[in-house]
Design a protein around this ligand. Structure first.
Ligand code: NAD
Length: 263
C-alpha cells in the first residue's frame, strides 16, 4: 500500500525530543521526507535521523539552527529548499517555558520565549508559504497549548506567546485559504515530555510545593482525565490534519487536553 505522504516534505521545529520527535516519526511513517531541528547530543540525534529514514524509506535531514534568530531560521529554510525544493508540511513546535511571578520575570527569559514560541513561527511561515502556494497544497500546524486559550499564573511569557500564536494562525489561515493550504493549532494540555519535567523545580520554588504536590495539585489539577496526554496522541492529530479528510479544517484550534479547557 502506498504511503499517504510519499513525495511530501515535512519540516518540524524543535523535533529532537518530545512532541516534535513524535510528529517526525508519524510523518516519516507515512513516507514523508523530514527535516528535524533542535538541540541535543549529536550521536543521539544522528541515531534518530537514521531511524526516521528507516521508517520513511525517504530522506531525513537535521538542522541544528537556533530558532531565536531570524538569520538562522532563514538558513534552515534554505537548507530544506536546497534538499527538497521546499516544505509542504510545516510544523512550528519549538518552544520553551519559564515559571516566575511577573514582577520577577527575567527580561531575557521573556525575550527568549517570545522569540522561540511565537516569532519563529512567523519567520518559518513567511518563508514556507510561497512554495506551498506554488504547489496549491500545504499544511501549517502549530503546537500551541491549552495556554493559547486559558492562562495559568506565573507563565506570563508562555501564555502571551501561545495566545499570539493562535491569533497568527487564524490570520494566516484566512490569507491562504484559496490555495489548498490549511493552518491550524493543536493545543495540548499537559504532555509528559522534558519541557514539563524541567518546569517542576521552578514551580516547586514559585509555589512552595513538593514534587508530588506539583504533579498532582498543579499539573494534573486542571486536567479532568487526571492523565498526561501522550506524544503519540498529539502526533496522531497532526497526521489527521495532513490528510485530505482535513482539507476543510483551517483556522481551528484543536484541543487535546483531557477536558482542561472545557471547564
Ligand atoms: P521538549 O523540551 O521536549 O522539546 C523542545 C524542542 O525544542 C527540543 O527539540 C529542543 O531542542 C528544541 N529547542 C529548544 N530551543 C530551541 C531553539 N532555540 N532553536 C531550535 N530548537 C530549540 O518540549 P515539548 O514538551 O515536546 O514541547 C514542544 C512544544 O509543545 C512546545 O512548543 C511546547 O510549548 C508545546 N506544548 C507542550 C506541552 C507539554 O505538556 N509538554 C503542552 C502544550 C504545549
Amino acid at each position: 500500500m502506498s504511503k499517504s505522504l510519499a513525495g511530501k516534505t515535512a519540516l518540524i521545529t524543535g523535533s529532537t525530543s518530545g512532541i516534535g520527535l513524535a510528529y517526525a516519526k508519524v510523518l516519516a511513517g507515512e513516507g514523508a521526507n523530514v527535516v528535524i531541528n533542535g538541540f541535543g547530543d549529536a550521536d543521539a540525534i544522528e541515531k534518530e535521523r537514521l531511524g526516521l529514514e528507516a521508517l520513511s524509506g525517504a530522506k531525513a535531514l537535521y538542522s541544528g539552527h537556533d530558532l531565536t534568530k531570524a538569520d538562522e531560521i532563514e538558513a534552515m529554510m534554505a537548507q530544506a529548499a536546497e534538499a527538497f525544493g521546499g516544505v509542504d508540511i510545516l510544523i512550528n513546535n519549538a518552544g520553551t517555558q519559564h515559571v516566575s511571578p511577573v514582577e520577577d520575570f527575567p527580561v531575557d527569559k521573556w525575550n527568549l520565549i517570545i522569540a522561540l514560541n511565537l516569532t519563529s513561527a512567523f519567520h518559518t511561515t513567511r518563508l514556507a508559504v510561497p512554495y506551498m502556494k506554488s504547489k496549491k497544497w500545504g499544511r501549517i500546524i502549530q503546537t500551541a497549548s491549552a495556554h493559547s486559550k486559558a492562562a495559568s499564573p506565573f507563565k506570563s511569557a508562555y501564555v502571551t506567546a501561545k495566545h499570539g500564536l493562535a491569533g497568527f494562525t487564524k490570520t494566516v489561515a484566512l490569507e491562504v485559504a484559496t490555495f489548498g493550504i490549511t493552518a491550524n493549532c493543536i493545543s495540548p494540555g499537559y504532555v509528559w515530555t522534558p519541557l514539563v519535567e524541567n518546569q517542576i523545580p521552578d514551580t516547586m520554588k514559585a509555589r512552595g510545593m513538593t514534587r508530588e504536590q506539583v504533579m498532582n495539585d498543579v499539573l494534573l489539577a486542571g486536567q479532568p482525565t487526571k492523565e498526561f496526554v501522550t506524544v503519540e496522541q498529539v502526533a496522531a492529530m497532526a497526521l489527521f490534519l495532513c490528510s485530505d479528510a482535513a482539507a476543510n479544517i483551517t483556522g481551528a484550534n484543536m484541543s487535546i487536553d483531557g477536558g482542561w479547557t472545557a471547564q
